[in-house]
Design a protein around this ligand. Structure first.
Ligand code: HPA
Length: 272
């Protein structure tokens, strides 16, 4: 595993002119953030040794290197979902490569169903915490001490200082922000009304099929994480309607400029 990571790291080091401090994972319908990046290089996943290939519609599958907020960033346009059949080690492989490159900040976005009664479609939720309901833990198995500790602390999984920055930026710019707990499930089904209700009862505000594995590995790797959910549909009893992947993509697109703005401003403000 370590050698595989290093091989990919070496390949990327040979392609990049600077090693960024920030990596960004873009969720469903949220790939447009790359338009804000002053792109220097695009590397399709199929050119990157050991990288899995993205299979789902709406995920184009390339690594984008360029400047955002005046700082170099590496953005993943398209992520690897557990429901696609990837192993957890594949879902989180890019995060391990970011770690090997010395990247310190991981920014993540996703599309999610909102269960909090105050949420509306198109809202941006700053993720404060998560509940991991994936059937397999990404750190299960042998622990590589070079990569992180056996029993990682998760009390600040979504970095408090980064969250404070976002809250301030949103306030200054009159951007409506919701806050809450993201429930990560394997999918690929959307939830039944009973499941949405259950996730709400256990403390969730939004539910989706990604993010949690990458965030766990990023924490194991000692990276600071900032993550947003775009609320693309509602899992609120009495307001649940049929939902399709296309609905999710469309709703995500509407909110994405505001989320992109928040990410860019945080990067601008970071002392890196
Ligand atoms: N549930 C799970 N994943 C999702 C949803 C949802 O309602 N919306 C977008 N991704």
């Amino acid at each position: 595993m370590l050698e595989t990571i290093q091989e990919t790291e070496r390949y990327l080091r040979s392609k990049l002119t600077t090693i960024p401090n920030v990596a960004i994972i873009l969720g469903t319908g949220l790939g447009d953030l790359v338009h804000d990046i002053l792109i220097e290089k695009e590397i399709p996943y199929h050119d990157i040794p050991n990288f899995p290939l993205s299979t789902v519609e709406g995920h184009s599958g390339k690594l984008i290197f360029g400047k955002l907020g005046g700082k170099p960033v590496l953005a993943m346009q398209g992520r690897f979902h557990y429901y696609e059949g990837y192993k957890m080690s594949e879902v989180t492989f890019p995060v391990r490569v970011f770690q090997a490159l010395g990247i310190k900040y991981l920014f993540v976005s996703n599309a999610a169903g909102g269960m909090n009664k105050s949420f509306e479609i198109g809202d941006i939720m700053l993720i404060e915490d998560h509940i991991n309901l994936f059937p397999e833990h990404p750190l299960r198995g042998k622990n590589y001490n070079e990569l992180g500790t056996r029993f990682p602390d998760m009390s600040n999984a979504y970095d408090k200082a980064l969250r404070r920055m976002v809250i301030e930026i949103a306030k200054e710019n009159d951007i409506k922000l919701q806050y809450g707990v993201y429930v990560g499930t394997q999918g690929p089904t959307f939830e039944t009304p009973a499941e949405y209700n259950y996730f709400r009862i256990i403390g969730g505000d939004a539910v989706g099929m990604s993010t949690v594995p990458e965030v766990i590995v990023a924490n194991h790797a000692g990276m600071k994480v900032l993550a947003f959910s775009i609320i693309t549909d509602l899992g609120i009893l009495g307001r649940i309607v049929e939902v399709t992947h296309e609905d999710v993509q469309e709703a995500a697109k509407i909110a994405q400029p505001k989320m992109a703005f928040l990410m860019r401003r945080v990067i601008e403000k970071l002392d890196i």
